[in-house]
Design a binder for this molecule. Structure first.
Ligand SMILES: Nc1ncnc2c1ncn2[C@@H]1O[C@H](COP(=O)(O)OP(=O)(O)OP(=O)(O)O)[C@@H](O)[C@H]1O
Ligand SMILES: [Mg+2]
Length: 498
């Protein structure tokens, strides 16, 4: 493992990296930074959470002339939240070099973005639609671009985005460098990518599996109408610090969120029909751990880096096997451990196998916790809360009453009664979700991927499908995503056990 000092990075950038707390370069950073600094086009593939943002951010910023106040680099990302996050990271890396990045994305007042662009940033992190809008209004000019990055490149070059990307890249007429990054890069997309690039170098961080090995992966065979209770049982037995639950459609996410709120969990939903300002609030409440459960469509599957996510639940399996890799990659980041649980209905087992084939690893089957497991889990949570209260010294003013009780009663009886009172009953409030159809694996998956699940994608827009996921996550038609939960126990109180 190399330190950043060994990678020919200039002092101002090194200073930022040190302040960000990065000591040594991750493998993708070690390999991609020198290649990108040499001005080459490249495709970088490395597992989720391994620092790809810095791998393109550092060379991009190093190549910028800070005294030139025109836009010299763009990063294009598939979702608004990711564009915002990438801009934040670029601003951190560029802070001592005076390199400024402005995020540009749909759903935010365009005049506000135009004002920010007038302050002459050197970098822009954007979603494709809004970027094109600015190009057409001439509020963004691409004639000084030296580096163009497609983050989540395979997604950006897939249906739904490809036309916009072609239109954007066609606007960059002068010589420039193109960098593509993702944790997944299907061969078909890689071939397509080469059309946009000049003799690209393929930098793949060697890994036996596509998914990170410190994410434990399990699946549960559950009938469609039993999924919600199974989910609650898992939440009660494990009481995750921060969890993301993926549902297949916007409606599903809304129903799941209200169901969880009804049962007393702290949950909020995010999908493409939720107003942008609300989406940003939902994400920031989740980041600061005010909300413990984020319920999401695939709009949150890619790139989001939220510290402290311990669990990812695939309430519904994703249609694309690649999406599984990205969804579960929201946990287990930067070397931390994570848990990934997936529900498969009996008719979806073949589809699950196709996911295993892509990730080159077995996902282990587990049984849904029983009622008594749940009671035990809730009791453990009560004990943790009790201990935490002792350790944080929050209970001094109760000492007199405690001494009084202990002078009359047996100590074990007293503590047992306290635990009993603190232990929550499993909440069985009735919740009914609209059923969704099982996802079928395409028979040709293993033999001919070209025509396999990708075909599913176009088919997915047709009738009978429960509505494709809002991968673009862009529409802005209002809708609701559930409110703030009551919050069972503050997770800050429970941190010490995990
Ligand atoms: N050299 C480093 N040392 C320590 N932490 C790092 C380093 N580089 C990046 N990180 C941290 O690792 C986390 C993941 O980084 P990043 O979001 O860039 O991953 P990624 O590879 O882009 O993942 P994804 O495929 O999910 O988009 C971030 O919290 C980042 O701050
Ligand atoms: Mg990333």
């Amino acid at each position: 493992m190399k330190t950043f000092n060994e990678l020919n990075i200039e002092a101002s950038v090194l200073k930022s990296l040190a302040e960000m707390g990065f000591e040594s370069a991750t493998p993708i950073q070690e390999q991609a930074i020198p290649t990108a600094l040499a001005g080459k086009d490249m495709i970088g593939q490395a597992q989720t959470g391994t620092g790809k943002t810095t791998a393109f951010g550092v060379p991009m910023i190093q190549n910028i002339d800070p005294s030139n106040r025109s836009i010299q680099g763009i990063v294009i990302a598939p979702t608004r939240e990711l564009a915002i996050q990438v801009a934040e990271e670029l601003n951190r890396i560029g802070q001592h070099k005076n390199v400024h990045t402005v995020p540009v994305y749909g759903g935010q007042d365009i005049q506000r973005q135009i004002r920010a662009l007038k302050r002459r940033p050197q970098l822009v992190a954007a979603t494709p639609g809004r970027l094109l809008d600015h190009i057409r209004r001439k509020t963004i000019r691409l004639d000084s671009i030296r580096t163009a990055v497609l983050d989540e490149a395979d997604e950006m070059l897939n249906m739904g985005f490809i036309e916009d990307i072609e239109a954007i890249l066609a606007e960059i007429k002068q010589e420039h460098q193109t960098l593509l990054f993702s944790a997944t890069m299907p061969k078909r997309i890689q071939n397509l990518a080469e059309r946009f690039m000049n003799e690209p170098e393929m930098i793949r961080v060697k890994a036996k599996q596509l998914t990170v090995d410190h994410i434990d992966q399990f699946y549960f065979v559950v009938k469609e109408n039993a999924k919600f209770d199974a989910l609650c049982r898992l939440l009660d037995t494990e009481s995750p610090d921060l969890a993301i639950i993926f549902g297949r459609t916007k409606k599903r996410v809304d129903e799941l969120t209200s169901g969880l709120l009804k049962r007393g969990y702290s949950a909020e939903g995010i999908h493409g029909d939720i107003q942008q300002s609300k989406r940003e609030k939902v994400i920031s409440r989740f980041k600061e751990q005010t909300t413990e459960i984020l319920v999401a469509t695939d709009v949150a599957a890619r790139g989001l880096d939220i510290t402290g996510v311990t669990h990812v639940y695939n309430f519904d399996l994703p249609q694309d096997p690649e999406s599984y890799v990205h969804r579960i990659g929201r946990t287990g980041r930067a070397g931390k451990k994570g848990q990934a649980y997936s529900f498969a209905t009996p008719r979806e087992i073949d589809h699950l196998r196709s996911i295993e084939k892509l990730i080159k690893r077995k996902i282990e089957e587990k049984a849904v916790p029983s009622y008594s497991d749940v009671v035990e889990g809730l009791q453990e949570t009560a004990v943790e809360d009790l201990l935490q209260t002792i350790w944080t010294d929050e209970s001094k003013k109760y000492h007199r009453s405690a001494e009084e009780i202990l002078s009359k009663e047996d100590a074990v009886d007293v503590v047992a009664a306290a635990i009993k009172l603190l232990t929550k009953e499993p909440n069985q409030a009735p919740v009914k979700l609209t059923a969704v159809e099982p996802i079928r694996a395409k028979k040709s998956y293993g033999g001919n991927r070209k025509n396999s699940y990708r075909g599913n994608r176009s088919g997915g827009r047709g009738k009978g499908n429960q509505g494709r996921n809002d991968r673009r996550g862009g529409s802005n038609r209002g809708g609701s995503g559930g409110g703030q939960g009551r919050g069972r126990t503050s997770k800050n109180q429970r941190k010490f056990t995990r």
